[in-house]
Design a protein around this ligand. Structure first.
Ligand code: ADP
Ligand code: ZN
Ligand code: ZN
Length: 736
């Protein structure tokens, strides 16, 4: 093959690969697939990825641009990772040039060198060794620097600073030719021997799980660890990883949310010390690059990270663990719509390593895979601390008078727990003060003019806020429709519950924890510290509080509105409610004191609700699985959602119709494929755009993907796409 032209992946959402010319001096170099190169693109300079030398017969353009620079000496991504990228691009139908960028941390995407943080070291030159120090008499700091360097030979800028020698002085010495400097990469350091001083005795269920998982030597086995809240799943991860680390392997641990990172990191550090590193968006670019390089070179044994960490290179990967595998945040909801859990499964298959999916509330699809025998199911039915699971008290609200959403019974229960010096958690998955503002005389409602949604009333600062498009408006002083001035706030939000509880329980702290109160970097951590002190208090929170946290002193969880989401038009709605309720309930009574959960509901006779109200997530999920089977929806069929949005709903609809026409003409529809739509999306108007969708369901994956492949080519070529924004979502999970 001639080495004149190369094919390059360019980080833009287009399907084609672009060809570039190699300058003469680079033709001798052996380029490897995956190496980063700088290329001119339009009037910009981009970082692309070398893919292969071009096949000259395929390239018929007359002029090509020269690449500017080859950044890497070798490819930073090994072959299996490049295969993973190709697979993900094919499976999620997203351009490879964009997909491959997910494998690099931000600074490498920008073209920076793949090096650890560098520090400067100083030494004296020959001239500096012989010069008479009195010549520096008027520059005492320089003199001190030179003296120190003569004495010690070689010192880092950092240690010189500790001796009081400034960088300015060193630069002066440098300019005089008396000292020289060099840069050195700071490789991560850790104690060569791990001191496992850790002596928690495993419960028999934990032991059994560890034994089974550790038995999967070098096999691509998939385990589903279904362990009730507080059953010590983390302990199981730690032990499995310990065995692997002793054999020189690495573990990749995926967690759903950045808020859980510090807690998880601390638990792992207790056992593994500085061999643990974490990777998430709260780290700066420098830190992320260092962790990435450490993982890639096999210098960290354990990497804990959020969604995108599933792409981090690991030199000696031995296991992938997906904590809270059911969590929706593992799925990216825009652009490259991948599921980190599913990518993890494929990655483990490529690397022939086991995967451990874990949750107290496994997703319907994983549960179904376990029932089918595709995954090995491991149950932890008891709490590890010996504590009982909380007792559930369903509270039928029919005919009851509520005060700001609270029944007398729930208020009484709160009072009793606080008196016993316990902590209470009130769960409401709606932030803000009230869900809408209504005019008392004409019934005007605060709707968002850009979305099919009400604007939420917020009290601090006082304003209307659309949670779907971030549209904000001041509260109206008069009704825009009838000019009357009397309004009613309708529906409960966490701010409203907070202000009510503050008045009601004056002697106790009330902490509201939702994305409004935890926007600042450290605030969530501060809240967790207050809770950890253990004094009686009331927590009010959204789903942020439901996930994974261990609050030993919370003995009562009050769920204000257990029904919300149950009647959603989304067939996944009830699964989500069940997960949330079970997870948040699991925060109660995790240590010595028994826990109680009070669930306020209007539908205690609802057949699904019955199981949930008794705390039987397992039975609930079995019922959902039956329902899904009879409706032929995932996991009993594969789904792809094609969505189009534009300033006019008719354009979106027409566009989808032309896609359907293309699909029909392609003759790729088999009898297993079912098409639904075009229909307006559940929330048709969002951020001023009108969204329509077509859903494709298929009993088998292959014909569906073949059809979407064909459609994808059409979509990238279609002239109409200038008027619409479209997306392909494989295995979608959200309907909004
Ligand atoms: P999960 O993740 O399953 O909800 P955790 O791993 O957070 O549960 O464990 C819950 C609590 O139980 C933690 O405080 C943990 O230290 C403790 N724990 C776990 N395993 C054991 C054990 N074998 N013996 C005693 N305590 C344990
Ligand atoms: Zn009015
Ligand atoms: Zn809006």
């Amino acid at each position: 093959m001639s080495k004149d032209l190369i094919d390059v992946l360019v980080p833009i959402p287009l399907l084609e690969r672009f060809s570039y010319k190699l300058p003469e001096e680079l033709k001798k170099k052996n380029l490897e697939r995956g190496m980063r190169i700088k290329i001119p693109f339009g009037n910009r300079l981009l970082v692309g990825i070398f893919w292969n030398y071009s096949d000259p017969s395929r390239n018929n353009r007359s002029s090509y641009k020269f690449i500017k620079e080859v950044i890497d000496e070798t490819s930073l991504l090994e072959k299996k990772l490049l295969n993973l990228a190709e697979w993900a691009s094919r499976y999620y139908h997203y351009p490879l040039g964009e997909v491959i960028t997910y494998f690099f941390p931000p600074s490498l995407r920008k073209g920076k060198k793949a090096k650890f943080k560098e520090s400067t070291f100083w030494q004296v030159t020959e001239k500096g060794d012989f010069i008479d120090l009195s010549g520096l008499g008027r520059a005492p700091n320089q003199r001190k620097g030179l003296e120190l360097l003569r004495e010690k030979g070689d010192l880092s800028q950092h240690s010189l600073k500790a001796f009081g020698v400034s960088r300015v002085s060193l630069n002066h010495l440098h300019n005089k030719g008396l000292v020289k400097k060099r840069s050195q990469e700071q490789f991560p350091v850790y104690s060569p021997e791990i001191q496992y001083s850790y002596k928690k005795l495993l419960t028999s269920e934990q032991k059994e799980a560890v034994k089974t998982i550790s038995g999967a030597k070098g096999d691509n086995k998939i385990f589903l660890l279904n362990g009730v809240t507080g059953s010590g799943k983390t302990e199981v991860y730690l032990r499995c990883i310990k065995e692997l680390v002793q054999k020189g392997k690495q573990a990749l641990v995926l967690i759903p949310e950045i808020g859980l990172a510090p807690q998880a990191e601390n638990r792992f550090k207790e056992l593994f010390g500085d061999r643990v590193a974490s990777f998430h968006s709260a780290k700066n670019e420098r830190e992320r690059l260092d962790v990435w390089l450490g993982a890639q070179k096999g210098l960290y044994d354990i990497v804990i990270g959020t969604r995108s960490s599933v792409f981090i290179p690991m030199k000696k990967l031995g296991i992938i663990i997906v904590d809270e595998e059911h969590d929706v945040s593992f799925k990216q909801s825009d652009r490259f719509r991948y599921s980190a859990r599913d990518v993890a499964l494929y990655r483990a298959k490529l690397y022939k390593v086991p995967v451990l999916l874990a949750s107290a509330t496994p997703s319907v699809e994983s549960m179904q895979n376990a029932l089918k025998g595709k995954y090995k199911l491991l149950n932890l039915k008891e709490r590890a601390t010996g504590a009982d699971l909380p007792t559930f008290f369903p509270l039928d609200l029919k005919g009851k008078l509520l005060k700001e959403g609270f029944s007398d019974e729930l208020l009484e229960a709160v009072k009793v727990e606080l008196k016993k010096k316990n902590q209470v958690l009130i769960f409401l998955n709606r932030r803000g003060y009230a869900s809408s503002l209504i005019c008392k005389s004409c019934g005007w409602v605060s709707c968002c003019n850009r979305c099919d949604a009400h604007m939420t009333v917020h009290s601090n600062p006082s304003q209307l806020h659309c949670h779907h498009c971030e549209n904000k408006k001041p509260l109206p002083s008069a009704c825009p429709s009838c000019l009357d001035r009397e309004f009613e706030s309708f529906g409960l939000g966490t701010e409203r519950v907070e202000s009510y509880l503050r008045k009601k329980f004056k002697n106790y702290p009330v902490l509201r924890i939702d994305s409004d109160t935890t926007r600042q970097k450290e605030s969530f951590k501060n809240y967790l510290e207050i809770i950890a002190e253990g004094d009686p208090l009331i927590l009010i929170g959204t789903q942020m509080l439901a996930k994974g946290h261990h609050f030993p002193n919370v003995t009562l969880v009050g769920i204000l509105d257990a029904d919300s989401g149950l009647f959603s038009a989304d067939f996944r709605g009830s699964e989500r409610v069940a997960q949330l309720i079970t997870q948040v309930s699991g925060r109660a009574g995790r240590e010595k004191k028994p826990g109680k959960v009070v669930l306020q509901t209007y539908c205690s006779e609802h057949p699904q609700m019955e199981e949930l109200l008794k705390g039987n997530y397992g039975t609930f999920i079995e019922k959902i699985i039956e329902e899904r089977a009879s409706a032929n929806v995932p996991p009993f069929s594969y789904q792809v959602k094609l969505q189009a949005e534009s300033f006019n709903g008719l354009i979106s609809k027409d566009f989808l119709n032309s896609c359907l026409e293309h699909i029909n003409n392609s003759k790729l529809i088999t009898k297993d494929i079912r098409l639904v739509g075009p229909l307006p999306s559940l929330m048709e108007k969002k951020s001023g755009m009108f969204r329509w969708e077509v859903n494709l369901f298929s009993k088998s994956r292959k014909p569906l993907h073949k059809l979407i492949d064909n459609l994808q080519t059409f979509l990238y070529q279609s002239k109409q796409t200038r008027q619409v924004r479209w997306s392909i979502d494989v295995d979608p999970i959200s309907t909004i």
